[in-house]
Ligand binder design. Structure first.
Ligand code: CMP
Length: 136
């Protein structure tokens, strides 16, 4: 049975800066995702703080928000069967050093902060994150 899901993917500042947007989009498409909406934005730090609010008690929260708002990002709604989990598998581990071969973070990530992509971690958070960027 078809189980089409939508999830949010962000191409982070380190990857946009290195002109990896087209390479990353192609990998999503080659892995069966449809990119149904896309926009390039630059967040204010206060907006990044809102987006990453779940991490507000973490020691890395301030640096994380400074980083996400440090340059343009590409925000996409991507969809396929089991999109949330399949996207997490395609991204690989948060820390590129631990990411498996063939994953986006292994291929493009520089460090745990500059790990090139973000993806929603659950169906519930996918809805919240999609609304954050695409609700008008
Ligand atoms: P992301 O999937 O965008 O979600 C939160 C981000 O925090 C994560 O990717 C990392 O880039 C960043 N981060 C920085 N330090 C850590 C850490 N110690 N553990 C988890 N995430 C971290």
């Amino acid at each position: 049975m078809s189980n089409i899901e939508r999830t949010l993917s962000i191409i982070k500042p380190d990857a946009v800066e290195r002109n990896l947007e087209d390479d990353i989009k192609k990998i999503f498409i080659d892995n069966g995702f449809k990119i149904s909406k896309l926009k390039k934005v630059k967040l204010e730090k206060s907006e990044a703080e809102k987006f990453y609010k779940v991490h507000e008690t973490k020691p890395f929260y301030n640096d994380l928000c400074l980083y996400l708002s440090s340059g343009p990002i590409v925000v996409m709604i991507i969809e396929k069967d089991n999109a949330v989990l399949d996207n997490r598998e395609l991204m690989g581990a948060t820390n590129p050093k631990e990411a498996k071969d063939g994953t986006l973070r292994k291929k493009f990530g520089i460090s745990i902060d500059k790990n090139s992509v973000h993806g929603s971690d659950s169906i519930e958070n996918a809805k919240i994150e999609i609304d954050f960027f695409f609700k008008d």
